[in-house]
Design a protein around this ligand. Sequence first.
Ligand code: SF4
Length: 349
Amino acid sequence: MEKIISTETKGWIKTKIVSLCTKLEKYILSNKTLKCKVVFGPVRSRRLGLVLGINNIKKKVCSYDCIYCPIGEKSCCSICTNNCLSPHELYFSVKNKIDEIKKSGKDIDYILFAGSGDPALDSNLSQEISILREFGYKIAVFTNSALLWNENIQENLMYADYVSLKVDTVNEETWLKINRPHQRLRYNLILSGIEQFSKRYKGKLTTETMLIKNINDNENEIDQLGKFLNTIKRNTSYFMTPIYPTIKSYAEGPDTETLLKLSELIKEKVSNSVMLCCPESEEFFATDDFENELLGLLEMHPVNEIAVKTFALANTKISKLNELIELKLIKQLEYNGKKYYALNELLQI
Ligand code: SF4
C-alpha cells in the first residue's frame, strides 16, 4: 500500500536538504575554491568586455610551454585531462562570486574559461558550461587549440557561445620555437582539427596570433598564415604582441617600424583581421576578498601596479597589499618601462 507523506514530513525533508546544501556550499567555498583560486575577476577583456574568469586547470599545467607565456615555467607540460573543481563545486563558487558582484552594483558580459593552462584539458568542460548557463550569461572559452585534433574536445567546445583559438603560425618549425608543445602533439593534425571544428561550430569563432620579434613577424609567415585563416569559417582573427612580462626575455613584440608594416600586410592578407595594439585596460576590480582575488588574477598574468594600488587605496586594502609583499607572496617587477605585481614564485626577470 502506498504510504502518504504528511506535509510536516515533507517540510522537514525540505529543510534538511536546504541545510545540507548550505553546509556543502560553505565547505566548498572555505576550502578548495580559495586554495585553487579557480574563479577570478571580474576583469576587463579587450574582446569580451567585463568577464568573470574561470581557471579550473591545476596550477601551471598546459599542453604548450609558450616562450611568451606570462604565467611562468610550466610545472607540467601535459595533454591529459586535469581539473581543480568538480562541476558542482564550480557552480557554487561561481554563484557566490556572481552574488558578490551584483551586491557591489556591477555586472559582467561573459563567463570566460581561460587560465594558466588550456581549459580544453578540463574533461568536465561541457558539463560545467551547461550548469553555468543557469546564471544567464554568455560563455566563452580561450583555448590554445593543441587538442583540437580530438573529437571529444571539439564536442566539449561546441557548448560555448564564443571560442577563441590560438594559431601563432602554420609552420611546424615556428610552432616548435614559439609554443614549445608537448612532444606527442602533431601540428598537421591540430591544423586539420581547427579546420574541421570551424565547419561544425555554430557560435562565434575567433583566432588569436601572438607576433614575436624575429620569429613570426615576417612576410612569409603572415602570407602562409593568411592563406590558412582565410579557408576556415571564423568571425575575426586577432593579432597581438606581448603586453605582460614574458617567460623568455627574447620573446618580445616586433619593433614599431616592423609592426606598422605588418599591420598593413595583415589587413591585406587576412580577411576580418584586427590588430589588438592597445594594452589591457588598467582597471582592477575585486569584491570583499581582495587577497584571494588578487592572487587568483596573478595566477593568470602579472597585474599593473598602478591599477592594483589605486583599487587598494580606494578600498582601504593597502595594508593587505603591503602584507602580501612582506610575506613574499607577491613581488614587484618592471617590463617595458611599466611596473607590475607578479606571484613571487613566477617570472625571474
Ligand atoms: S601562453 Fe597559454 S598556451 Fe601558452 S603556455 Fe601559457 S597558458 Fe599555455
